[in-house]
Design a protein around this ligand. Sequence first.
Ligand code: PEP
Ligand code: MN
Length: 366
Amino acid sequence: MYMIFDDIQPLFEEPLFGSDPIVLAGPCSAESERQVLDTADALAAGGIRIFRGGVWKPRTKPGGFEGIGSPALQWLGKVRERTGMLTATEVASRAHLEEALAAGIDVLWIGARTTANPFAVQDIADGLAALPSGLRESIPVLVKNPVNPDLELWIGALERIYRAGIRRLGAIHRGFSSYGKHIYRNPPKWRIPIELRRRIPSLPVICDPSHLGGRREYIASLSQQALDMGFDGLMIESHCDPASALSDSAQQVTPAELAAILAGLRRHTASSSTESLSQLRDSIDRIDIELLELLGKRMALAREIGRYKREHSMSVVQSGRYNDLMQNRVDDAARLDLSADFVSNILSAIHEESVRQQVEICSKQD
Ligand code: PEP
Ligand code: MN
């Protein structure tokens, strides 16, 4: 656990989300005033509280739609005025940061390509450090994972932003680029965000199923997995007309589709999860007791065999028998999804204890 992150504050004032997952939604890119306002109106009507929209778009190759830039910031301002939603956009440099804040953007995020570059992150951090303290302490900043699966680089970027004085700090998991063909656009490698949560337990982590999956049909199941794993929220791309989107068309959903996805998700409130958790723990307790009773029975049999060996002057360890037993059990275990290593460790510990008890019996004087 990192001591440096000892004062992370909630991302948003209560009761913006209460115990519900945080949801940010909006188009990949702010393309036109009409598209931004139509999408925002529909999202607001569906209860979305934070509107995302990319103003400056990092593109893999030149020539794609690189975002509208500064004029789009005004459209986000209109969204806030007419819907009351908070607005969020991506900043990739100190200049972006300053423009976004001057336009009154409420939430900032650092994109995956930027997080991978410590110079760019430090440039943004320097801009944040220079803000008046009130703004610096109240502006939420979300750091997407770097495109490459490098947890240290992700934590490094979070640390630069935290050291700049940002206290409403969060992370966004959007998956990792990977060469070759994959079902998902950016494979999740869930171990990495889970390890991030273990290392910085107070850091809110939001899942971005749109960039993870790359296709709208994966959004619901990836969102559910994220909630099941205890993520704090979701960032989902939504466009009033996904087919005509200028970027990430295949992964955007209409506001109505988004509402249906969100309505279909199983939430985990603190009390329902503790309830089902305590039921699961009860079952584990029962199984542990059964395991102990079975071990007791097994040892009783081993002692009986020990007495037999003693009466017949046999040696305690019959290595042929031990090897056969090990092989058979490891084969059985594989059918139960238990790893060979795990089972052979347990069996060798049990066998060692049987041998110890048999040696005790055989070495007893009459
Ligand atoms: C985005 O959110 O539209 C975006 C560009 O995401 P990422 O940085 O995760 O690729
Ligand atoms: Mn996008």
